[in-house]
Design a protein around this ligand. Structure first.
Ligand code: ATP
Ligand code: MG
Length: 388
């Protein structure tokens, strides 16, 4: 008999009629996340997903870690198993929960019985095990109203399970239940965090990187691929679209006023992202912009940038402090890669005095020197897709 994992579903429980399809999405995401970790059986019942090892190949430690990154799960418990006998359950609980029981001042037992052949009702079983535990741990009193520790017992087909003190899951909603968006992924600190945050709202993401070889190096591209790989733990597998951006940047440098370089470049990013969205069924563009952080992130500059797309531009970091973003980047594991010192296309040809309060009409006049459509088409034709 083996341990199992119990995953408590979050917000999706509230979603009424959609609940079934959300649960199925989440079960699918959990199964995909377990690939490579051995053979597991995954099933869903009463807002709980059960992950049970099918044979000895199942790496339960790795699975327990992996499940903590899956959006849509709020709590994760690792449960120990025993035969379906009330005294075996007591023995297991005394042994398995010893440290928790010694630490807590009060507890209660909650039982669930999916195997209705078990000879006691849930209430009878809870009372019996509760009484025995109270005797074994005199430091810890029964309190059914506001207990410090909840001891859970589950009677399932194959075995009985005991668990308590769950760890927090990643929260959010299952990736894929809220549509698709294109996410602009630079090699910086911000955009991996914005990608994570929108994935957390249940959105499947298509990362897009603008690459200006040889102004930005092959290592800069490897860095973005690595960031994308780290993000797959949360976002599921993704296909990175690497857009050749060199020609566009050179054209802007040669033909447009320097103070508009960054803005015109960003408008090209938006146009190309919109075309990728159309091809892939995405309904929004995600960026790591943050109000006032740099010249291109004033309200006026963002209006100019966004004027070329009809899609909503999602900017989950817009109101955060840099420190908060850094903390988030550390938590999700992208920070150390993000600070590797390679150039980004935004830092190539940076204007000395960028315009911070631009007007769309003046940018449009400056862009008239370029064959915008042809440049966009050329970039789209040169896209390299990398499966992460
Ligand atoms: P980051 O840390 O994400 O690079 P940033 O603070 O450096 O952000 P900018 O360089 O102005 O800000 O870029 C703003 C946003 O534009 C980024 O968060 C990202 O979403 C997008 N972006 C910038 N450069 C690129 C690029 N080379 N490829 C794809 N997206 C980019
Ligand atoms: Mg950047």
């Amino acid at each position: 008999m083996n341990d199992i994992l119990l995953l408590k579903l979050g917000e999706i429980v509230l979603k009424g009629l959609n609940r079934r399809s959300f649960e199925q999405k989440l079960v699918g995401n959990v199964r995909r996340r377990l690939l490579g970790l051995g053979n597991f059986r995954v099933s869903c019942m009463q807002s709980t997903i059960y992950v049970e090892p099918e044979d000895d190949t199942a790496d339960m430690d790795a699975a327990f870690e992996a499940m903590q990154d899956v959006f849509g799960i709020v709590k994760i418990s690792r449960a120990a198993a025993c035969e379906k006998d009330r005294d075996a359950i007591v023995r297991l609980a005394v042994d398995y929960l010893k440290e928790d029981m010694l630490r807590a001042k009060s507890f209660k037992v909650e039982s669930k019985r999916s195997d209705k052949r078990f000879p006691m009702t849930s209430i009878q079983l809870s009372q019996y095990v509760g009484g025995e535990l109270a005797e074994a741990f005199p430091n810890c009193a029964v309190d059914v109203h506001d207990p410090e520790l909840v001891v859970n017992i589950e009677i399932r087909d194959l075995a009985a399970y005991v668990h308590a003190a769950p760890v927090d899951g990643a929260g959010g909603m299952p990736v894929g239940c809220n549509g698709i968006a294109v996410s602009l992924l630079s090699g910086g600190i911000d955009s991996p965090v914005s990608t994570y945050m929108i994935a957390k709202r249940g959105v499947r993401l298509i990362p897009v990187h603008f690459f200006s070889f040889p102004y930005t190096s092959q290592q800069a591209k490897e860095k973005v691929i690595e960031l994308g790989r780290i993000l797959t733990a949360y976002c599921g597998s993704m296909t990175l679209e690497v857009v050749p951006f060199t020609h566009i940047q050179e054209e802007i440098r040669d033909k447009c006023p320097e103070e508009f370089f960054t803005l015109i470049m960003r408008r090209f990013m938006m146009r190309i992202a919109s075309s990728i969205a159309e091809r892939t069924g995405a309904r929004a563009i995600v960026t790591g912009e943050n109000l006032g952080q740099v010249a291109s992130q004033t309200m006026e500059a963002m209006a100019v940038t966004q004027a070329v797309t009809a899609l909503p531009v999602l900017q989950p970091l817009i109101g955060m402090d840099k420190e908060e973003i850094v903390r988030a980047a550390r938590k999700i594991g992208t920070f150390d890669t993000s600070i590797l010192p390679y150039e980004d296309c935004c830092t190539v040809f940076t204007p000395r005095h960028p315009k911070t309060r631009p007007h769309t009409e003046e940018i449009e006049r400056a862009e008239a020197a370029l064959d915008v459509d042809a440049l966009v088409r050329e970039a789209l034709d040169g896209i390299e897709q990398i499966r992460l």
